[in-house]
Design a protein around this ligand. Structure first.
Ligand code: NAI
Ligand code: A1CAB
Length: 273
């Protein structure tokens, strides 16, 4: 494992998930610094992940070799300005931004210099080592590329992209998509409750089925997802009735349109921020 020190600036949902995945896979907690300007949130991170914590971003940046920018996109310019204003040499540090909708060029503008930069689009299942991270690097050495890959492989699957615009595609396919699956699960859970299952039963039934379906896909890569669906669907049977209804309601097109909306929003943010 590398001996680099990595600082997460703005440790909220996403960075908590990445750090959790890193710790679970054996990264040394003392090589990880987490910051948050909110003391309560930071105390929770210290207690649950046992990493080094500070409310002082500049202290963390000064101590780290690698800095993960993990605040909301709208907060990024204000944060980066504080690095520019401080008397810290960031020229040789590696920056990783997990923010949606801010390009490398814009991040470098915010930081006031052409720092080494990786854009990463992770997702929250990273917490369980089941994440997916799209990666796009600029001006990084092979050694830095290996380190970044080690970090994000520790939280799941890491995929290097050859064009920055593909980060927006990854947002639609994996960054945002846990929410699509949760929405589907919520809909089944609600309907189960309306059929008379109590809240605990409805939750258990839906989560176990989602897990079972995902594990069937994962454990049988030689069988297409369409075939797995067909295997549940008896001709003239109950599943057929449900699936035909979803198709008549244009579910596949609705999902594709939602993913286009996701990409369009990322592109719009690139102009706004
Ligand atoms: N949540 C998700 O599923 C994903 C989020 N992302 C990206 O990750 C970034 C963070 O998102 P979340 O973790 O969901 O947001 P979040 O709001 O949970 O976390 C951000 C944290 O930063 C803290 N913060 C804000 N300004 C700060 C400052 N100046 N100094 C120190 N701490 C500060 C806030 O208190 C907050 O806890 C965003 O840019 C988002 O685009 C990327 C992929 C997936
Ligand atoms: O909703 C968002 O903007 C962030 C990026 C991907 C997931 N959450």
């Amino acid at each position: 494992m590398s001996n680099k020190t990595i600082a997460f600036i703005g440790t909220g949902n996403m960075s908590y998930a990445i750090i959790g995945g890193m710790i679970k896979s054996g990264f040394d907690a003392q090589s990880i610094i987490a910051t948050n300007r909110n003391a309560e949130k930071l105390a929770k991170v210290a207690e649950q992940l046992s990493v080094r914590t500070t409310q002082d971003n500049l202290e963390a940046v000064a101590a780290a070799d690698v800095i993960v920018l993990s605040v909301k996109p709208q907060m990024m310019a204000e944060l980066c300005q504080t690095f520019q204003d401080a008397d810290i040499d960031i020229s040789n540090k590696l920056f990783i931004s997990v923010a949606a909708g801010i390009t490398v060029a814009r991040l470098r503008e915010m930081l006031g210099q052409p720092v080494k930069m990786v854009r990463c689009m992770p997702n929250t299942p990273s917490l369980l080592g089941r994440g997916v991270s799209g990666l796009y690097g600029v001006d990084i050495s092979d050694e830095e590329k290996d380190y970044v890959e080690q970090v994000f492989s520790s939280t799941g699957i890491a995929l290097w992209l050859d064009e920055e615009s593909k980060i927006n595609d990854v947002i639609a396919v994996t960054g945002s998509s846990p929410a699509y699956f949760f929405l589907f699960m919520e809909a089944i859970e609600e309907k189960a409750k309306s059929l008379g299952f109590n809240a605990e039963e409805a939750r258990k039934l839906v989560q176990q089925t989602a897990l079972g379906a995902a594990e069937m896909a994962l454990s049988q890569p030689e069988i297409s997802i369409a075939q797995l669906r067909a295997n549940v669907t008896s001709k003239g049977g109950t599943t057929h009735a449900a699936v035909e209804h979803l198709k008549a309601q244009q579910l596949p097109k609705t999902v594709a349109d939602a993913m286009d909306a996701c990409i369009a929003r990322a592109e719009a943010m690139e102009k706004e921020i």
